[in-house]
Design a protein around this ligand. Structure first.
Ligand code: SAM
Length: 311
């Protein structure tokens, strides 16, 4: 389902209709960059045959103050939390400029006991001109819905380090525990290892200019990032929510992995890009539009609906 409109209204309306059905809610808000972001649309000029770059407004990330930014984000985290299944989890994706504020804010909203992990997404990109260490990571804060309910979690694995392979080979090791309950040594088994349990630092490339998944939408996140979250935190058929859907990365990955998903975005350009992306995948999302007040005659395409979900 693809919802065009403000995510706060949409999430409140979803709660009224559906309760708390989401196993995973991923929030990738604007990052407090102080900029207006544009989408680069590459088209071939029919006359010259040359590729031309058209810039289209995508979303505005300018705020009165940091307090204003955090206030808007906090209200949305609270609204999202109300939609979480008891064994679900919520992930807020931010950058190091705001991640510490976001962490304290989420601790207050969920309770610090619901904090599950801080995932560092480390990527490589074209070096910036700066007399500083290059900024090459984002921060993903994961919170579970309830501290006293076991959250859904599927263990993922990463390849063993070369040094581990050299010392221990590619078979599972079993810990030998001493009388005090501590591991004294490891013993080899004959069972093949699936790898090392995935840690909380993820090396994933940013969406390259020539990548097939690239839509030109600014701040598009790599599918592999969402694939890890969705695989680890949901089962097939579960519901995933992305209130800042952008180019529809979460929806595209969820559909590919057999999960059901709801994406919300306030921007028309985002909704167009996400719709096209899903269509290319053979998915035709059910669409709704969220408006502040009951509108005049609905302007919609066949197959979609305009609804005043909240007043
Ligand atoms: C960082 S981008 C998300 C990028 C997305 N994860 C992707 O992979 O393409 C943030 C998105 O949030 C949307 N947005 C910002 N404020 C919103 C609001 N109040 N309600 C709904 N969407 C909003 C913007 O239009 C923008 O598309």
């Amino acid at each position: 389902m693809l919802v065009h409109g403000d995510n706060l209204l949409a999430m409140r309306a979803l709660g009224e209709r559906a309760g708390s059905p989401f196993s995973l809610i991923y929030l990738d808000p604007p990052f407090f960059t102080g900029r207006q972001h544009e989408r680069v649309d590459r088209r071939r000029d029919p006359e010259t045959g040359n590729v031309v770059r058209l810039m289209r407004p995508a979303f505005d990330d300018r705020w009165d103050s940091l307090q204003h930014y955090l206030g808007e984000l906090g209200t949305r985290v609270e609204a999202a939390r109300a939609l979480l299944a008891p064994d679900g989890c919520l992930v807020v994706h931010v950058d190091p400029k705001t991640s510490h504020y976001a962490k304290v804010m989420c601790d207050e909203i969920f309770g610090p006991e619901c904090f599950a992990s801080e995932i560092v997404w480390r990527y490589r990109r074209w070096p910036a001109k700066t007399k500083n260490f290059q900024r090459v990571h984002d921060v993903l804060l994961r919170y579970v819905a309830k501290a006293d309910v076991e959250p859904k979690f599927r263990q993922l694995y990463e390849p063993l380090a070369a040094s581990t392979l050299k010392t221990w080979g590619d078979k599972k090791q079993r810990a030998v525990v001493g009388g005090d309950g501590r591991r004294t040594r490891s013993s080899r088994t004959e069972e093949a290892t699936p790898g090392a349990p995935l840690g909380d630092v993820w090396e994933i490339g940013i969406v390259a200019p020539i990548a097939r998944e690239r839509t030109g939408y600014p701040t598009q996140k790599p599918e592999e990032l969402l694939e890890r979250l969705i695989r680890a935190c949901t089962d097939p058929d579960d519901l995933v929510l992305d209130p800042y859907a952008g180019s529809g990365t979460t929806l595209a990955v969820a559909a590919r992995l057999g999960r059901r998903a709801v994406g919300i975005d306030v921007g028309g350009e985002a909704v167009r890009v996400a719709r096209k992306r899903l269509k290319a995948q053979g998915v035709r999302p059910y669409e709704e539009r969220v408006v502040l007040e009951a509108p005049g005659p609905a302007k919609t395409k066949p197959g979609s609906r305009a609804t005043a979900l909240a007043g």
